[in-house]
Write a protein that binds this ligand. Sequence first.
Ligand SMILES: Cc1cc2nc3c(=O)[nH]c(=O)nc-3n(C[C@H](O)[C@H](O)[C@H](O)COP(=O)(O)OP(=O)(O)OC[C@H]3O[C@@H](n4cnc5c(N)ncnc54)[C@H](O)[C@@H]3O)c2cc1C
Length: 312
Amino acid sequence: MSKVLIVADHLNGQLNSAVARCVSAAKAIDGASVDIVVLASNAAPIAAEAASIAGVDKVIAISDAAFGALIAQTVAPVVAGLADGYTHVFGPSSSFGKDVMPCIAALLDVEQVSDLMSVESATRFTRPIYAGNAIIVVEAPAGRVVVATIRAASWAAAAAGGRASIESVTASVAASTHSHVLDLQQGKSDRPDLQAASRVVSGGRALGSAENFAVVYALADKLGAAVGASRAAVDAGYVPSDLQVGQTGKIISPELYIACGISGAIQHITGIKDAGTIVAINKDADAPIFEVADFGLVADLFQVLPELTNAL
Ligand SMILES: Cc1cc2nc3c(=O)[nH]c(=O)nc-3n(C[C@H](O)[C@H](O)[C@H](O)COP(=O)(O)OP(=O)(O)OC[C@H]3O[C@@H](n4cnc5c(N)ncnc54)[C@H](O)[C@@H]3O)c2cc1C
C-alpha cells in the first residue's frame, strides 16, 4: 500500500493552501495513506491546521528554532531522515517546494518528479513541459521512494473536517554552516492573495506606467479580486514581481481571470491554464489571448476598465 509524506509549506504561522491540494494529489494514488510533516519554530498551531484536512492520517510536528526560516539546508536532511517507510514524499511546487524537494530527492538518491499534474498509477504521472505546451507521462522506477513537487493549480484542495492525530517529534537539526536567511521582506497588501484568490484582474505592458495600473486596482477592488500582471509589466516596474503570473511567476487557478492589455504569450498562458473563466480585454483583435479567452472584448482598456468599474 502507498504511504505518502507531505512536507508542509507555511508562513507566518499559517499553512499554505497548496498543502490541501497536495493531499488531493496523494489521495489520487490508490488507497494511499497520507501523513504531513510540519517543521516550524512553533509547529503546534500549524500542525493543528494540517490535521483538519480531510484524508490526512497523521501529522508529524517538529519544533526547532532552526525552522524559523525554512531552507533546504536544514529541512531536507530532517525530511530525508523521516522518509523510511514512505513510498512517496510530496511537496507543493511553491518557492519552498522548489527549494526543498530536490535536496530531499538528492539525499534519498532518487530523481525528482516535478510539477505533477495527474496520477496514472503509484509510479506514473503527468507533468507539463515546454511551458505547458505539451504534457508528458513520466514513470518513476518501482521499488524506490518517489519524490515529487505537486502543481497546486491542477488539484482541488482536499476538504476541511479531518481529525488526524498529531505526533510531536524531536529531531536533531544541523544548522547550516553556509546558508542563512538574513531577512525576509514581504509585500503588505489588504487585497486577496494572488494564488488563493477566486478572482484575479491582471494588467500587461499596455498599462504603460505604475500610476496607470490604478485602473486595474480599481476594478479588482470592486470585484474583491487579487491583482496580477504579465512579466512585461513587472519588468517595466509597474508592479512588484510577486504579482507576476506565468511560467516564471505564479501558476494560478482562479474561477475568473480578467487579462487587461496582455497579449497572451505562451509563458503567460501557462500560468492560467487551470483558470475557470478567462476574460480578455485587448485592442488588437488578433492578440493570441483571444484564442484561450472565454469572453473577449476588443477595446481600449483605458476606456472600458473605468466604465466596467463604475457599472459594477
Ligand atoms: C523564459 C521566459 C519566461 C517567461 N515568463 C513569463 C511569465 O511568467 N509571465 C509572463 O507574463 N510572461 C513571461 N515571459 C514573457 C512573455 O514571453 C511576454 O513577453 C510577456 O508575457 C508579454 O507581456 P504583455 O502581454 O504584457 O506585453 P505585450 O506582449 O507587449 O502585449 C501588450 C498587449 O496590450 C495590448 N494593448 C496595448 N494597448 C492597449 C490598450 N490601450 N487597451 C487594450 N489593449 C492594449 C496590445 O495589443 C498587446 O496585445 C517569459 C518569457 C520567457 C522567454
